[in-house]
Design a protein around this ligand. Structure first.
Ligand SMILES: [Fe+2]
Length: 528
């Protein structure tokens, strides 16, 4: 397409394009934009910066990764793009100054996917840093850093990765992401709650989301919600710093959804329509492979990452195939339904996939990167009763026992569980029988606090001492915001509990509140 010198300023249009949207050079009339679908706009000209939502990388392998961006010059109003395909150019370099470009290409930003781009790169060197950027219409994106994984058989001296999630925008600044970006991790596991759909999350609002705030139901609603979140500078810096291995929890769709139902008695068929919109927007905004694109209203989100001979990271999906929360959800005492052996957290197919992978694994550390608490947890302030979270693995206690039994019977090497969801830091030993203090420890669970959800917090709560005494396998608790920093060798697993003292305003310093370690071959953890 020939680029013309003049730009045509489009009027505000009924179809959602606003005055501030991208203008395509060479387009002679509004009619041309509206009637010719899927034409390729080779030389678009933008009135606003098109990389408003930043860049990202993800799904690292030993020879590549996914590069992501979305062309969105008017991000909070649908993106501001016409219904044309826009080619986006990308470059990969072996230096952070982008001088030594070793790979380049062009990928179509399509209107069906909100002009997002997912570039699957292969054929690169293992265990190497690369840098990348995108170009569209004469505009360049920021530069991102990404690292390939080691070869599956390689000896790995040290792995460093982050665990983060639960980033309610309303509750405060992403100072934790600002610090995380400086860690230059090998990758980050994001356990979910990337957005919050619910209006209750707006209570105690510290800052307003720049995109519309009503609860999302349609695809456009979810797109605008992601745009509001992804416009954040600190979140963009975190993405630019390393690959994210992402998974969703509940708030990417609806609070505590379970498989094909929500918690509001919405007809199943109707909820599935909403879930389809949420899934599509999630895919559009995450650095995922084509193998995870929604298909027949499902997304394949459980997958495995091999970090040389050192670790296998099993990313689990504890939402899409699970049983409905028993006894009406929430914190419940003596819920007999939770002990029903037919109940599942992973679904039979994913459970089989996990067990098969664990049995074949020769890695030193077998990581279960997931969303909801695996440990038993009694959260009752009243000593005479036990209250358990029906959304967690306490609600599928037999399925949990099946996993623990599998670890033990097959002598799975060093099971480690990574969790989010509860907006607080925890370290806990997982017990063959939680009711018996002398029972064997079968693995360790490290739970990451939120990036921002629930605000500034405090180091402890009034109930902390009692909670720790009635859950003796819990070794550590902290109620500040932050993330986990993992440092892993063949001999030692270290979990550093990073925190910030406040997020109600920017600028909090980073603290390491504690470090808990597991020695390879020892199931128990201890304070470093
Ligand atoms: Fe959350």
């Amino acid at each position: 397409m020939k680029k013309t010198a003049g730009q045509i300023i489009l009027p505000t249009m009924a179809n959602g394009f606003s005055r501030r949207t991208l203008l395509a050079a060479g387009i002679g009339s509004l009619t041309a934009l509206m009637t010719i679908s899927h034409r390729v706009l080779a030389q678009p000209v933008f009135q606003n910066y098109p990389f408003s939502l930043g860049i990202a990388s993800g799904e690292p392998s030993a020879d590549g990764f996914v590069l992501w961006t979305r062309v969105a010059p008017d991000p909070f109003n649908g993106g501001g793009m016409p219904t044309d395909i826009v080619p986006v150019r990308w470059e990969i370099a072996s230096d952070d100054g982008m001088q030594q470009v070793i790979r380049q290409g062009e990928s179509p930003a399509r209107p069906e996917l909100a002009h997002s781009v997912h570039v699957e790169v292969a054929g690169l060197q293992p265990a190497r840093e690369y840098w990348y950027r995108f170009y569209v219409g004469g505009e360049a994106s920021p530069v991102g850093r990404v690292k390939t994984l080691p070869l599956a058989s390689a000896t790995v001296d040290r792995l460093r990765f982050g665990v983060a999630g639960c980033q309610s925008y309303y509750h405060g600044y992403y100072t934790a992401f600002e610090h995380l970006a400086k860690e230059q991790f090998d990758f980050v596991f994001h356990y979910g709650d990337y957005i919050y759909e619910a209006s209750y999350a707006i209570e105690n609002q510290v800052r307003a989301l720049p995109s519309p705030g009503a609860e999302p139901y349609s695809l456009d609603d979810y797109r605008n919600r992601y745009a509001g979140y992804k416009a954040d500078r600190d979140l963009q810096a975190a993405h630019a710093s390393t690959a994210f291995i992402v998974s969703f929890d509940d708030h990417e769709v609806d609070n505590n959804w379970a498989a094909e139902i929500d918690q509001d008695d919405t007809p199943r068929e109707v909820f599935l329509l909403r879930r389809a919109s949420a899934f599509q927007a999630y895919y559009e905004h995450m650095p995922l492979r084509l193998s995870s694109i929604p298909h027949s209203n499902q997304m394949l989100m459980y997958r495995r990452f091999k970090v040389g001979a050192l670790a296998e990271v099993n990313v689990l999906d504890t939402r899409q195939y699970r049983s409905n929360q028993p006894c009406g959800d929430g914190l419940k005492s003596n819920c007999a339904e939770a002990l029903d052996p037919s109940r599942t957290m992973l679904g039979s197919e994913q459970e089989k996939w996990l067990f098969d992978g664990l049995s074949r694994s020769t890695a030193t550390w077998n990581v279960h990167a997931q969303q909801v608490w695996m440990m038993r947890y009694d959260g009752s302030p009243d000593e005479s009763e036990v209250r358990q979270n029906m959304d967690s693995w306490d609600g599928t206690a037999v399925a949990r026992q099946r996993l623990f039994d599998y670890w033990q019977q097959h002598q799975i090497s060093n099971p480690i569980v990574l969790t989010g969801d509860v907006h607080t830091h925890w370290a806990a030993e997982l017990k063959a029988n939680f009711a018996d203090e002398n029972s064997a420890t079968v693995g360790c669970e490290f739970t990451a606090t939120s990036i921002s959800s629930f605000g500034d917090g405090s180091d402890q709560r009034p109930t902390t001492a009692q909670i720790l005494s009635q859950n003796p396998y819990i070794k550590f608790f902290n109620n500040r915001r932050g993330y986990l920093s993992m440092e892993v060798t063949a001999e030692l697993w270290q979990t550093h509990y990073r925190t910030v003292d406040y997020i109600s305003r920017p600028g909090a310093a980073l603290k390491t509140r504690a470090t808990y370690v597991v020695e390879a071959g020892e199931k128990a953890m201890h304070l470093a």
